[in-house]
Design a protein around this ligand. Sequence first.
Ligand code: EPZ
Length: 422
Amino acid sequence: MDSILVRGNGALSGAIPIAGAKNACLTLMPATLLSDEPLTLTNAPRLSDIATMTQLLQSLGAEVAALADGQVLAMSSHKISNHTADYDIVRKMRASILVLGPMLARDGHAVVSLPGGCAIGARPVDLHLMALEAMGAELDLRDGYVHAKAIGGKLKGAVVDFPFVSVGATENALMAATLAKGTTVIKNAAREPEIVDLAQCLRKMGAQIEGEGTATITIQGVDRLHGATHPVVTDRIELGTYMLVPAICGGEVECIGGRLDLVGAFAERLDAAGVSVTETARGLKVSRKNGRINAVNVMTAPFPGFPTDLQAQMMALLCTADGVSVLEERIFENRFMHAPELTRMGAKIEVHGGTAKVTGVSKLKGARVMATDLRASVSLILAALAAEGETVVSRVYHLDRGYERVEEKLRACGAQIERIKA
Ligand code: EPZ
């Protein structure tokens, strides 16, 4: 397993290109199963999760070709030759559950392994199943798989009223509804930019959708969807992560392709912490306002609230802020595993359930630390960039799931960072 070595090197400045969104691409790719015509995605990120989704779609009979150094995904599923999403692939990536809705909608049956939990929580899929049952699917859970059949061979429009917001369940329901017979209304829908991106792509394929980006999405089912070409939306989590580089280290970084509307609540917290974010012709320019970082409180929430996927990275910033910050993680039950690793670097963090109290210290010290999950791993990299001395982050396969060419992008801003091959 590779590690990454970082030497704190003072202020960092430069330009960082922001890639297409992993979490948009992971729901746009299964959409190819909804049509027998080609679906091409541009601005696709080069990540191991994308390779895993490619492998899964190919196992179902779809053709997926990565062109232009992986930034273009040319896909087509003339027919789905295998309707079983195998445990060996699904266990590697939970987003695999997103092939369930499209397969059910296209052919009326599917067998998908239950994804199982992951480091940050149990992450059940009961809301995905609730939505599909409301649309006329008969689900039989056995041997760790969901055996799904559309009663009468076709899903039907329904009112899907989610008890709480779920990004993935909204995506599964949205994709399934495009080919269901009749009208589907999704209530308490997720409003993330990735949902809006999916809806825009489906509309290009001929779907009839209204209300994406709001809490109520209405879909009028159609008989079939045609092919399309669609650019993957900018990755707001990668964007927020790199906006923190000048915040943590000092200096000035321009995030090329960054859009303020994708990171509203996050930018507001950065502003309160003493970090200025200005829009430029190419994206977002970020730097400290006056040298110091103020302690701020953070509470994660569904979009447009503060993203849970930026909580770990924000904690790294607050470890050296002036004063005490409180972070409340309200989306996942176990998403503070970066805290003990940051503590090894000298941070002062007290975790009680879903709340972490961070007392700022003047400087972190380099140490050997271990990545536990995707966003925790990049939080440790951020802390290491500003720490005194050397840090070695182990198990960086987590990092490669969601960040392409991290070393290259950070070295371009003056960071001393290199990968140590295992
Ligand atoms: C998506 O996961 C993202 N993943 C996550 O990003 C992100 O953290 C999450 O949305 C929240 O924004 C992808 O898009 C591939 P949820 P998802 O369903 O869809 C519970 C990253 O780092 N829940 O909105 O799985 C769930 O346990 C990843 O890129 C149920 O109880 O998230 C969680 O507590 C991590 N039953 C909460 O809802 C369900 O059926 C929100 O989960 C579904 C979810």
